[in-house]
Design a protein around this ligand. Structure first.
Ligand code: NAD
Ligand code: MG
Length: 383
């Protein structure tokens, strides 16, 4: 039996993690669960899974009588306080955004393994997180499907050097749209992802291909791989989740239907696989798998991520912070879809290069980037 602290239990990854627990209740026990503001959704989950500890950022008016045996935390710093109280074997971080960074750093102190869905913590604080994991001898297991695929492809690779990592991308809902149409796409268009069902922020990131850019940076940190050895191929069917090329020209791929319960279960059970009751891959029914070069003219965010990480220091933090602010404004229908890429480009342009030596530097760069983004948002306001 492994105990798991689940951060972001009410979200897309959180709910699918709980599905895996439901399918193997004798293997996993949830000792802690958190959500941002949706108290009723969290109450229902706490009632079902009976964790010892729970937390909400927004303190609710009251805690139902039958949930009072759980220890509750609220407000600023609630994720790290939950982790300190929970003492779980593993932490699965499925919160969205840079809020996941302090939680990831704390998880490395409190638990043996960090099962990481929250990519923004690596994009913004990648070297701090990886250095701390190394220093404390902790394992970080990827939950993001591409990184789980790469991790699976590397099993049995021994010490053979990797020639390149090939991340696949669905291309998102606007893959075949022209530039003008992409620019003025609506929120409902952006939220209609062709192959994956996910939370709103990452779904918008997929539509702009910023998600793939963030994932390139995530892979760079997780697998200690130089950017020039990380390639992206658009693969609209989302069946090959990513690939590893070795020196002898052999390419190993991991395939499956697009269902996040598979990479979540792989991280939870590692090194054992958790039996899966969902639909299974039938290649003969699918017929063919296709691949394309990403179009960085229509989707410039992917190129920006490579550029920001190549410059290093505060630049990836600025790109992430600007993007979080821009996506939030787009989801509130304040700016057009094309405004996201414009804002990200302007934030990078106006950010002065500085090194990052501690977590305080990350938060300062994030704050400055959001301020720059807000100014651009005001300029781009619709109506
Ligand atoms: P979501 O929006 O569906 O859920 C986010 C969860 O985090 C919710 O439980 C919410 O209450 C909580 N939360 C939101 N803001 C918070 C804050 N400031 N502090 C603490 N908790 C907060 O998001 P999701 O789609 O489940 O994605 C979660 C993370 O996993 C993201 O980093 C995303 O990039 C990554 N990811 C998601 C998928 C997917 O299929 N959904 C796939 C790969 C990676
Ligand atoms: Mg992914």
């Amino acid at each position: 039996m492994r105990t798991i602290a689940l951060l972001g239990a009410t979200g897309s990854i959180g709910r699918q993690t709980l599905d895996v627990v439901r399918s193997a209740p004798d293997q996993f026990h949830i000792t802690a669960m958190t959500a941002h503001a949706n108290a009723d959704a969290l109450f229902a989950l706490v009632r079902e899974f009976k964790p010892e500890v729970a937390g909400l950022y927004v303190e609710p008016d009251h805690i139902p009588e039958d949930l009072k045996s759980t220890e509750w935390f609220f407000g600023e710093g609630f994720l790290t306080r939950v982790l300190e109280a929970a003492k779980a074997d593993d932490v699965l971080s499925a919160v969205v955004g840079i809020a996941g960074l302090p939680a990831a750093l704390k998880a490395l102190e409190t638990s043996e393994r960090l099962l990481l869905a929250n990519k923004e913590s690596l994009v913004t604080g990648g070297h701090l997180v990886m250095e701390k994991a190394k220093r404390l001898g902790r394992q970080i297991l990827p939950v993001d499907s591409e990184h789980s695929a790469i991790f699976q492809c590397l099993q049995g690779a021994a010490d053979n050097p990797v020639q390149s990592l090939i991340l696949t991308a669905s291309g998102g809902p606007f893959r075949t749209w022209n530039k003008e149409r992409v620019f003025s796409a609506k929120v409902s268009d952006a939220l209609g992802h062709p192959t994956w069902k996910m939370g709103p922020k990452i779904t918008v990131d997929c539509a702009s291909m910023m998600n793939k850019g963030l994932e390139v940076i995530e892979a760079h940190h997780l697998f200690n791989m130089p950017l020039e050895k990380i390639d992206v191929a658009v693969h609209p069917e989302s069946i090959i989740h990513s690939m590893v090329e070795f020196e002898d020209g052999a390419v190993i791929a991991q395939l499956g239907l697009p269902d996040m319960r598979v990479p979540i279960g792989y991280a939870m059970g590692y090194p054992n696989r958790v039996p899966f009751g969902g639909e299974r891959l039938n290649l003969k029914k699918l017929g063919r798998l296709t691949f394309e070069e990403p179009d960085t003219g229509r989707f410039p965010c992917l190129k920006m991520a490579y550029e920001a990480q190549r410059m290093g220091g505060v630049m990836p933090v600025a790109l992430n912070g600007g993007n979080e602010a821009a996506v939030a404004a787009f989801l509130k229908e304040k700016i057009p879809f094309g405004g996201i890429a414009e804002i990200n480009a302007r934030v990078l342009e106006r950010t002065a290069m500085k090194p990052v030596s501690c977590v305080g530097d990350v938060y300062e760069a994030d704050r400055a980037a959001r301020e720059l983004a807000e100014r651009e948002i005001a300029r781009l306001l619709i109506g």
